[in-house]
Design a protein around this ligand. Structure first.
Ligand code: NDP
Length: 432
């Protein structure tokens, strides 16, 4: 704590991981303690912070701060998204980069961990303002990244449009067309199924949990938070698998549809932008709850897919009291420490983001493979690889997280399962 003052999110993420790792190392791998692997893994290999200056549409000079946290490259190039949001600061990016190391390791692909972004607020900006910001951001970032060094992707506030502007500027500065970013358009180096991957992967992971109990999605009620990339495709896949999706939300409120969303309704929501209230005006079965979260509604499965710390201890108690049996995180660290403690105490299946939402980065890793070999795989091939990766991650979590009572602690399983590969690579590469 003394070393990382004012970084509560980073400390929260480190605490959550080390609580599982310290006893594991002491019992099974004392050599890792001697090599100080844990002390090393919590220290980023490199942190870059830079000024981003750009002109808004009124020709006024604007200044933002850009970052890239290169956390760990023991098993491959740094990999992780860029977030553009006013809440971005070093604590949030270090927590995300730290989580990313374990998540990327769990995918089984050769990718290290990183994260970056800016406190730039893309909301309400014109396309040209977004472009000028992205170009200025990349004019500094380009010297720190590369297809074999560090491969950023999207995250909150960074979608296909932003990746396009960032890639265009990188190519212009470096005069080479390489897979330096993932999430590219499918006609210029992007992978099919990348936009869908996090949401689909989340559902494949929950399918594995259900299978463990000889169950399926058929007829299950599902509450989802968020209405962005992850939430949208999670809802779509849940509907395809036969579940009844009751909610979506954003930072302004929640829509609840007692009949459940259909693909047609989802399509309508995607055209509403952030004005979710308009959905309840069109559909009689739906209601809009301004300023409220989805967790007060009864459901079998809860999928937080919006942002960090959006599901508190009180929310967890409400979900449990109403009979929720599975909570799987589409977002990164959406559940607070108190919420996780409640889920574990109630023996609910709790799947942490680093395992359950790894599908996005997994398909980004597959995009890198496709770029290296200058090939484009079919959607079916990417989807079947994604599914297999999620099945493997689930297996790893069960392997390291199954308890004597039969309950699986997926968080512990993911922490240890993600750690072992990175730790042994760090050990093999000496004191660097
Ligand atoms: P998007 O920007 O597409 O969507 C984010 C959604 O969350 C928006 O609907 C936003 O609403 C909502 N939201 C943001 N803050 C809050 C809040 N405080 N309360 C309620 N709703 C909120 O982002 P993504 O869907 O890509 O990412 C969502 C989460 O998933 C993040 O934690 C991200 O790190 C994680 N993730 C994403 C991956 C990906 O492939 N995209 C991969 C792995 C993890 P509003 O418009 O009102 O802000």
């Amino acid at each position: 704590e003394a070393r990382n003052p004012n970084e509560p999110e980073f400390l929260q993420a480190v605490k959550e991981v080390t609580e599982d790792l310290i006893p594991f190392i002491e019992e099974y791998h004392p050599a890792l303690a001697d090599a100080k692997i844990l002390e090393r893994i919590v220290e980023p290999e490199r942190v870059i912070s830079f000024r981003v200056t750009w002109l808004n549409d009124k020709n006024e000079v604007q200044i933002n701060r850009g970052y890239r946290v290169q956390m760990n490259s023991a098993i491959g190039p740094y990999k992780g998204g860029l977030r553009f949001d006013p809440s971005v600061n070093l604590s949030i990016l270090k927590f995300l980069a730290f989580e990313q190391v374990f998540k990327n390791s769990l995918t089984g692909l050769p990718i290290g961990g990183g994260k970056g972004g800016s406190d730039f607020n893309p909301k309400g900006k014109s396309d040209m303002e977004i472009m000028r910001f992205c170009q200025s951001f990349m004019t500094e970032l380009y010297r720190h990244i590369g297809a074999e060094t560090d491969v950023p992707a999207g995250d909150i506030g960074v979608g296909g449009r932003e990746i396009g502007f960032l890639f265009g500027q990188y190519k212009r500065l470096q005069n080479n067309f390489t897979g330096v970013l993932t999430g590219k358009g499918s006609n210029w180096g992007g992978s099919y199924i990348r936009p869908e991957a996090t949401g689909y992967g989340l559902l494949y992971f929950v399918e594995c949990i259900l299978e463990e109990h000889n169950d399926t999605f058929k007829g299950k009620s599902v509450c989802i938070s968020g209405a962005g990339n992850v939430a949208y495709y999670a809802a779509e896949k849940a509907i395809h698998l036969g579940a009844k999706v009751l909610t979506l939300s954003n930072s302004q409120g929640t829509i609840y549809d007692q009949d459940g969303f259909t693909i047609e309704k989802l399509d309508y929501i995607s055209k509403l932008g952030r004005n979710l209230a308009a959905f309840a005006e069109k559909y009689k079965s739906a209601s809009y709850h301004a300023g409220e979260k989805p967790w007060k509604f009864q459901c079998d499965i809860a999928l937080p897919c919006a942002t960090q710390n959006e599901l508190t201890g009180d929310d967890a108690e409400t979900l449990i009291a109403q009979g929720c049996k599975i909570v799987a995180e589409g977002a990164n660290m959406p559940s607070t420490a108190e919420a996780i403690a409640s889920f574990h105490a109630a023996k609910i299946a709790f799947a942490p983001g680093k395992a359950a939402n790894a599908g996005g980065v997994a398909v980004s890793g597959l995009e890198m493979s496709q770029n290296s070999t200058r090939q484009q795989w079919t959607s079916e091939l990417v989807d079947s690889n994604l599914k297999q990766i999620m099945i493997n991650i689930h297996k790893t979590c069960v392997r390291y997280g199954k308890q004597e009572c039969g309950h699986t602690n997926y968080l512990k399983g993911a922490n240890i399962g993600g750690f072992v590969k990175v730790a042994s690579a760090m050990q093999a590469q000496g004191i660097v």
